[in-house]
Design a protein. Structure first.
Lengths: 310, 282
């Protein structure tokens, strides 16, 4: 007697990608987790969107998603941007998984260029869409060379480029995608997240997975891994500073801010993470944020001057 | 002979580099006797073969020969720019002189290059990265040796540029905007940044005008006397060899044809090729 396979009832497999390809991506992800920060080449199969538009993140998301997962996707902190909405609809259509805006309730979060302001916990997975996985690309054009450099931990030129930036501009100018040293071995590009988010990669409870679809690379930071931004003994890594600036909607600070301009050229600041902002405004509660020394400093300064106007 | 390193700094035995596919006769059928380094049977090129040499701490060894004689190949093999075909080399400052440095991993070789060796190329483009400032070029060496303090790196770079008479104001300029002599001096600063016990100089003054040549040579000699660095100086210019070196190897067609004290070689050359070389000295 022939059993009725559910997959024949649908025009595509669960989570769109066929099982063999998913298995391949999962194998590569396991390898990536075993070698924190190492870029694992993978197949990067065709998707209904063009490579370079979030396919790497989608590959990872669709390979690891299960029927019980609760899915959230953000684009530069926002649940409502066109990119986030379309990919959310797509993932929902091919998996029928629950979707949410709530960072705390989600089990699987795909993100473009931000880490949520609210702390992620044990059991949650954050999937990054990565445009350029190679941190050494700016100093070395050739892929064969950069792979050799990673293999031999030959990072002199990366360091010299930071030195040069300091000499030329008085500070390390790298804004988004600040290079980090993972587990004392590989230099990794954390995808173009702001410096504000970089310390949250260090010793976190959640799993970070990175997918670069166009460049066909996967990499990962397992929970509780050392992730250290590159810095000199006397020139330190710093996060973005928003001195005395408060969000114009919630009246509070201590979160990564957007500058919004109106037609008259005036601007106001709004907290970038839309879910965090919603919770502040609608539920009047401040969600548990990440704890790192850089953010702590910002929060301490804010609490010391509570009366500052936005 | 034992491989304990109480005397020599660098010992090289049977160093060979062959391009192409050699057969068992390739080394036998090339060399100064045949006036060629191209194997007649397989057309492979024997760039250098059976090079044996010892270098002592603080000594300056000259390698002289016509173009194509394999002298640059020898230093490039020893600085790991090229992979050797055969041969062993021991370096007393690495693994107590018991390890064949040519067989070490890329990572170990890089360690030696960054901590224990320096190289000055004929063309500053090979030794310097023109996209970085001259300070950045020197910093590269210091950073690789584990020096992560920008203030101290800049102090050391300033000190080195003063030592090599490059205007310190130009610390943050790219060497691309420097004159040839200045580029060469920045290269020397970079090479000696970590006080290496061993320095390779590959045709350092070729292509510089005579007055600058004299200055660079003078500086190298001063540095050598102050720091006591052992050097291998490759040149086709006998006056450079005469001025800098204590001992000289003469190479032709990839082999050493004569070696001895520099004065002796210049005054009383034995091999016909050396005689030709010395007699054609202007």
């Amino acid at each position: 007697m022939i059993p009725s396979f559910k997959k024949f009832n649908s025009r595509f497999n669960f989570a769109f990608i066929d099982e063999n390809t998913k298995r391949e991506i999962r194998r590569k992800l396991l390898k990536a987790i075993c070698l924190p920060g190492y870029q694992v080449p993978y197949s990067s199969p065709e998707m209904p969107i063009a490579r370079g538009w979030g396919t790497g993140g989608l590959h990872v998301t669709l390979s690891v998603i299960g029927k019980d997962d609760v899915f959230k996707i953000i684009d530069q902190g926002s649940d409502a941007s066109v990119n986030a909405c379309n990919l959310r609809d797509f993932v929902h259509r091919v998996t029928h998984c629950r979707v949410t805006f709530d960072t705390h309730a989600a089990t699987l979060i795909q993100t473009r260029h931000r880490i949520p302001e609210e702390q992620l916990n044990d059991g949650q997975i954050l999937v990054f869409q990565v445009p350029q996985p190679e941190p050494l690309r700016a100093v070395e054009r050739y892929e064969t060379k950069t792979r050799e450099m990673h293999g031999e931990a030959d990072y002199a030129r990366m360091w010299v480029s930071l030195y040069e930036a300091f000499v030329r501009y008085g500070d390390i100018m790298q804004g988004a995608g600040y290079p980090v040293m993972v587990n004392g071995r590989y230099i990794m590009s954390p995808s173009p997240i702001p410096r504000w988010d970089v310390p949250n990669l260090h010793q976190s409870d959640c799993l970070y997975l990175f997918g670069a679809g166009r460049e066909k690379r996967l990499y990962a930071i397992p929970p509780h891994t050392d992730v250290v931004p590159l810095e000199f003994d006397d020139v330190k890594f710093r996060i973005e500073q928003f001195p005395g600036i408060r969000c114009s909607l919630s009246g509070t600070g201590g979160a990564f801010m957007d500058e919004l301009y109106n037609d008259l050229g005036h601007f106001r600041h709004v907290i970038n993470d839309s879910d965090f902002l919603d919770k502040l405004v609608e539920h009047k509660t401040r969600p548990q944020q990440w704890s790192n020394k850089y953010l702590q400093q910002v929060l301490d300064e804010m609490n010391a001057n509570p009366d500052l106007e936005s | 002979m034992t491989n304990t390193s109480d005397t020599w700094l660098l010992k090289v035995e049977g160093l060979t580099k062959i391009y192409g596919e050699p057969n068992e006769n390739s080394v036998r059928l090339t060399g100064p006797l045949f006036g060629s380094n191209i194997c007649p049977e397989t057309d492979c090129i024997v760039a250098c073969a059976d090079i044996n040499l010892e270098l002592f701490p603080g000594e300056v060894l000259g390698v002289v020969g016509e173009s194509g004689s394999g002298k640059s190949t020898v230093v490039r093999l020893l600085y790991f720019d090229l992979e050797s075909t055969a041969g062993v080399a021991y370096f007393s400052r690495y693994g107590n002189g018991t390890l064949n440095i040519l067989n070490e991993s890329g990572q170990k070789k890089r360690y030696m290059r960054n901590h224990l060796m320096g190289m000055v190329y004929q063309n500053p483009k090979d030794g310097l990265n023109f996209r970085f400032s001259s300070g950045g070029n020197i910093a590269e060496k210091l950073l690789m040796a584990g020096n992560f303090n920008v203030g101290r790196i800049r102090e050391r770079a300033t000190e080195l540029l003063e030592q090599t008479e490059v205007p310190v104001r130009r610390l943050d300029d790219s060497p691309a905007s420097f004159s040839g002599g200045m580029q060469q001096r920045v290269q020397i600063s970079k090479a000696i940044a970590n006080n290496p016990p061993l320095l390779f100089l590959d045709e350092v003054t070729t292509g510089l005008d005579v007055s600058v040549q004299a200055k660079v040579l003078d500086m190298i000699r001063t540095l050598q006397q102050e720091l006591g660095i052992a050097m291998i100086v490759v040149s086709h210019d006998l006056s450079v060899i005469r001025m800098l070196t204590d001992r000289t190897l003469v190479m032709k067609n990839g082999r050493i044809v004569e070696q001895g004290l520099t004065d002796q070689i210049l005054q009383d050359p034995q091999h016909p090729y050396t005689q030709l070389l010395v007699s054609s000295l202007l």
